[in-house]
Write a protein that binds this ligand. Sequence first.
Ligand code: NAG
Ligand code: NAG
Ligand code: NAG
Length: 433
Amino acid sequence: MYLVVLFAAALSASTFALDNGLMRTPPMGWLAWERFRCDIDCEHDPKNCISENLFIDMADRLSEDGWRELGYVLVSIDDCWSSMERDEEGRLQPDPKRFPGGIPKLARYMHDRGLKLGIYGDMGTHTCGGYPGTPLDKIKIDAQTFADWGVDVLKFDGCYSNSTEQEQGYPLMSKALNATGRPIGYSCSWPAYQGGLPPKVNYTQLGLICNLWRNYGDIQDSWDSVLNIVDWFFENQDVVAPAAGPGGWNDPDMLIVGDFGLSMDQSRSQMALWAIMAAPLFMSNDLRTISSGARSILQNQMAISINQDPMGIQGRRIVKENSGIDVFLRPLSNNASALVFFSRRKDMPYRYQTSLRKLNYPTGSYKIFNVFTEKTMMLKDSTDFVVSVNPTGVVMWYVSAPAKMNLHQFYRGARLRGSPYDEKDENNIPQLI
Ligand SMILES: *[C@@H]1O[C@H](CO)[C@@H](O)[C@H](O)[C@H]1NC(C)=O
Ligand SMILES: *[C@@H]1O[C@H](CO)[C@@H](O)[C@H](O)[C@H]1NC(C)=O
Ligand SMILES: *[C@@H]1O[C@H](CO)[C@@H](O)[C@H](O)[C@H]1NC(C)=O
């Protein structure tokens, strides 16, 4: 019965979110790391090195190729942007050769185009790439520097710090950002360094100090990596899903759609499951050369609007079949929901038969919109249907409920089947008011 828990938790979570008014829906944009890493060789690889040109190129693509209008507005610098030395006043500074115009120039470039600029720091002596970090005694000055530059989001990594320092540093940076008076979105890598689970990780506290947080390891450009992340998030959904809500999001890491590791089916799977998870949509790809297939997946308006649903309830896995089919459900505004049928199989398209009633939808006639084929149909709860799910692919539906359907009843009715959580949840059914 965990959908009930989820709903109740989401209502309370929004009351306890970080109070900076930002990221009421999951942030969207582009982040350099997975695709461009720490390529600083501008002499030999000028188009791909971490430099102001790369971020300007991506800003141009976001604003000219239809991304910005869909919500992809954040352009984020990751590691390896800074000089190895702080300046005479002890402030971080960008590498002068690769960022000759300085960070304020980039921030203005973004703002002039209706975009935002994100930057990267590290709560430790060094960044993961070996650049100057932000140890405890530098937190205030670095927060102020980022604010002075006009930065909109800070990703705060955790290399080269221990758990005691992190316990102090992550809340301290939250306070320091607030004290600058500039609203700056705050992405905390803290839980990823503490295993992502209680008791080491306190999700209530994270929601109070951060706008998003990386729970788990870095994504790599492969299907194995996507599947590993998906499994971690849904195996631990009882812990992580209730933490999400307007102003505070679990971050399973970047979208690698448009890179080298995923087939088109796997790309749709990543997009669909990131939408179910209410995950930040940070693409890490080359928008200058992206294929039209990858682009149309990332620009799918219904997948985006499911991801951006204003209630901000993170969806869950509701069925895990021995056949290798998983079903995921996310409750949405207007009594609607999103369903994803996902196949772990490697052989051939699998014909999965079920009904909305078997998925515990209440009696009624539902309008189904297939997110990737854009076909619609009406479906009674009692009608058995078959979805053909490609190997490592998905079928994704937006399900409109009949008018006046009672949302609470819907959540109360949604039950697990074949899930390891079944028993536990049956014994722990909270009552909705
Ligand atoms: C963490 O590092 C600090 C030095 O910055 C040290 O004093 C402290 O003992 C370390 N704590 C742990 C738990 O390793
Ligand atoms: C700082 O925190 C206060 C209280 O939580 C909040 O009202 C204010 O909007 C915050 N300011 C910024 C810039 O984040
Ligand atoms: C988690 O953090 C919240 C908010 O800071 C706090 O009230 C609560 O006691 C913490 N829980 C644990 C188990 O430490």
